[in-house]
Ligand binder design. Structure first.
Ligand code: SF4
Ligand code: SF4
Length: 230
């Protein structure tokens, strides 16, 4: 029997008897794997494992709010190799998941990663364990805002706030209004002016807002606020 200590949990690996080794040699590993654990046999070994229960209260909290169990991640890094924003993040998605498991709440909520994630879902489609990193990032952003943690990337947090306000006011996105609001909040008045002028020339930015489905949008916002108890 091989015993492997995986943090707080002990994994036990049972070796087969000699006669089984001869029979199984050369065969591919066969067996079942689920989110909670599994068993495989072949090549002379039989391995059973169980995914350990959450090791941090922070991990529990994240699972409660997002439904994402970070303990099933086995750090294969497939998510990181496909992430288009990983190069700019302070912690890669897989490092962040591990930090959640370790209960490093301040590090996670104060990271730039949770704000830089573009919710493109590349990681989710690549993950062999179906870890929904996008849902985890969403919940972590909400947790950061509710805990009053200052965003490591204020421009992104400001963009989210301005977009919501824009929808509340006009019932849909009014790009010029959004740009004006962002400029006021970031005080970067000269940034991207050329780009704005080009967009205007090509008719991509409308001067006046359209009040499309304003009532419906406000009902959605007010329902969400009620659900959140605000
Ligand atoms: S792809 Fe899934 S299992 Fe692999 S490291 Fe990323 S989250 Fe974990
Ligand atoms: S959803 Fe976020 S973490 Fe996942 S690949 Fe896209 S940017 Fe990276």
């Amino acid at each position: 029997m091989i015993i492997c200590n995986n943090g707080d949990d002990v994994l036990e690996f049972e070796a087969l008897e000699d006669e089984d080794v001869e029979e199984d040699e050369g065969l591919p590993l066969q067996g079942e794997r689920t989110r909670a654990g599994g068993a495989v046999t072949g090549r002379g070994v039989e391995v059973e494992w169980q995914v350990p229960a959450a090791v941090s209260a922070f991990g529990d909290l994240l699972e409660e709010t997002s439904g994402v169990d970070t303990n099933v991640c086995y750090q294969c890094r497939k998510c990181v190799s496909g992430c288009p924003v990983a190069y700019a993040m302070d912690y890669t998605p897989v490092q962040l998941l591990h930090a959640v498991r370790l209960g490093l709440k301040d590090l996670v909520l104060g990271s730039a990663t949770i704000w830089l994630c573009a919710s493109c879902e590349t990681c989710v489609t690549r993950c062999p364990q179906n870890v929904d990193i996008v849902k985890a990032m969403d919940s972590l952003r909400v947790m950061a805002l509710r805990s009053g943690v200052k965003s490591a990337v204020p421009e992104v947090a400001g963009f989210y706030r301005s977009s919501l306000q824009n929808i509340r006011l006009f019932g849909r996105m009014y790009e010029l209004g959004l740009i004006a609001q962002l400029k006021l909040s970031t005080r970067q008045f000269a940034k991207d002016l050329d780009l704005g002028a080009q967009m205007m020339k090509k008719g991509k930015l409308k001067l006046l807002p359209e009040f499309a489905s304003l009532g419906a949008a406000r009902r959605v916002v007010s329902r969400a606020s009620k659900l959140e108890g605000k």
